[in-house]
Write a protein that binds this ligand. Structure first.
Ligand code: FAD
Length: 391
């Protein structure tokens, strides 16, 4: 490989350039980024940045040591056999890593609506969260919960409209998520579950039952779609809404995909996964770099996400199915800190923790190793998760 073009300058794109250099690649690297700025971190956008604790989340990078040709504000418009097309001309190359991330879904309707993906979105949202402002958030997922938290802290009146019957429905089943619903009420957030938005109108939301939620600001937080539109005529295959890659993250010889955009076959979970979490963008690039450089490393992680909501630190490790057995660590109705664990037979498939970060980290290692656990010990919050291992 004489010239590798990395498309997308987020965490996954930056880490790909770093991984290529760390693995000894000394030829040309070009990093194309649609945004007019160097890579920045997104998790603080719904946390520290809204709180006013930071205003700049630029990721640290030693650009001169990396010797990367950085092209900010240049979007890729297509992928040919031996070039990436851009509005300012083709960039010839013999290696490509696609790291174009995802874009927020928007709701129908002619009223003004915000989404939260870029640092500009976050700065503008922060300016709009004035004390007393009525904020309607559509979607009670991770981002909806975090923005509701910060908006209440800033003195806004917050209504959250969620189509599912409980919050965090994309990640958690009812019996676990229902144990979190009181957090919203305690923060004085008006959480309306089982409510569907028909359209965003000037002055608020129109729901499908004909009712209206009046609001000064509307934030749509109903999920994202991978940015693959520019690859329509590339010949690449798509899966789970993103780019179909093999277990080495290759979409075809010489082309890899990483981060929010990549859908890989997981042997561990028996299905193809596409995971929109920070940790995926952090770790997948090393495997993609190895693949392009002729290595044989495979990618099959235990996914991980954290969230800070309503004064709590939550983490979800792994991936559970409806058929997995639920084991509680602690009493979610009585204890401030607790965890829910899912077991398949004697092995840990997933763990959701509330203010028990050590449990999450230990459970991740146990799940990665596929170790068997004693469910009685696992259920005892006084016993460290790693001590529940029986292997
Ligand atoms: P992105 O960060 O989306 O970067 C992709 C980049 O590619 C973008 O800069 C984009 O402009 C650029 N691009 C797109 N198309 C093109 C093109 N055609 N040509 C060139 N460039 C292009 N995850 C957690 O695990 N925990 C959290 O607490 C958490 N909080 C979050 C809070 C917010 C507000 C957001 C938005 C996300 C959060 N996430 C969190 C998710 C996490 O940030 C993402 O999973 C991660 O940023 C994905 O990285 P990425 O590099 O794959 O994609």
């Amino acid at each position: 490989m004489e010239h590798c073009v990395v498309v997308g300058a987020g965490l996954a794109g930056l880490n790909t350039a770093v991984a290529l250099r760390n693995q000894g690649y000394s030829e040309r690297i070009t990093l194309l980024g649609a945004e007019p700025c160097p890579p920045y971190d997104r998790p603080p956008l719904s946390k520290e940045l809204l709180r006013g604790e930071v205003d700049d989340t630029t990721l640290p990078a030693d650009w001169s040591a990396l010797e990367v040709d950085c092209r900010w504000g240049v979007a890729a418009t297509g992928l040919d056999e031996s070039a990436v097309r851009t509005a300012v001309g083709p960039v010839p190359c013999d290696g490509v890593v696609v790291a174009t991330g995802a874009a927020p879904v928007r709701l129908p309707g002619d009223g003004p609506q915000r989404t939260l993906r870029s640092i500009d979105d976050a700065r503008q949202l922060r300016a709009a969260l004035r004390p007393g402002a009525r904020l309607a958030i559509v979607g009670a997922g991770w981002i909806g919960a975090e923005v509701a938290t910060e908006a209440r802290r800033l003195g806004c009146q917050v209504t959250v409209v969620e189509a599912a019957d409980w919050p965090l429905a994309g990640a958690l089943p009812a019996e676990v998520a229902s144990r979190c619903a009181h957090w919203w009420a305690a923060a004085d957030v008006d959480l309306r579950v089982g409510a569907k938005v028909a359209a965003v109108r000037t002055g608020g939301l129109e729901l499908t039952d004909g009712s209206v939620v009046e609001a000064d600001e509307v934030l749509c937080a109903v999920g994202v779609r991978p940015r693959v539109d520019w690859l329509a005529d590339s010949g690449l295959a798509f899966a789970c809404g993103g780019i179909e890659v093999d277990d080495r993250l290759a979409a075809r010889p010489g082309v890899c995909a990483v981060g929010d955009v990549a859908a890989w076959p997981s042997t561990r979970y028996g299905r193809r996964l596409r995971v929109e979490h920070w940790d995926t963008a952090l770790r997948a690039p090393a495997v993609a770099a190895a693949t392009l450089l002729g290595g044989a490393e495979t990618y099959d992680p235990v996914p991980y996400v954290w969230s800070e909501q309503f004064g709590r630190y939550t983490q979800y490790v792994g991936m559970h199915d409806d058929t997995d057995e639920l084991v509680w660590r602690g009493d979610p109705d009585a204890d401030a800190a607790w965890a829910a664990c899912w077991l398949s037979g004697d092995t840990v498939r997933a763990v959701f923790t509330v203010d028990r970060p050590r449990d999450a980290m230990q459970a991740r290692k146990v799940a990665e190793r596929g170790q068997r656990v004693d469910r009685q010990l696992l259920a005892d919050p006084a016993v460290p998760v790693k001590r529940a291992v029986v292997d």
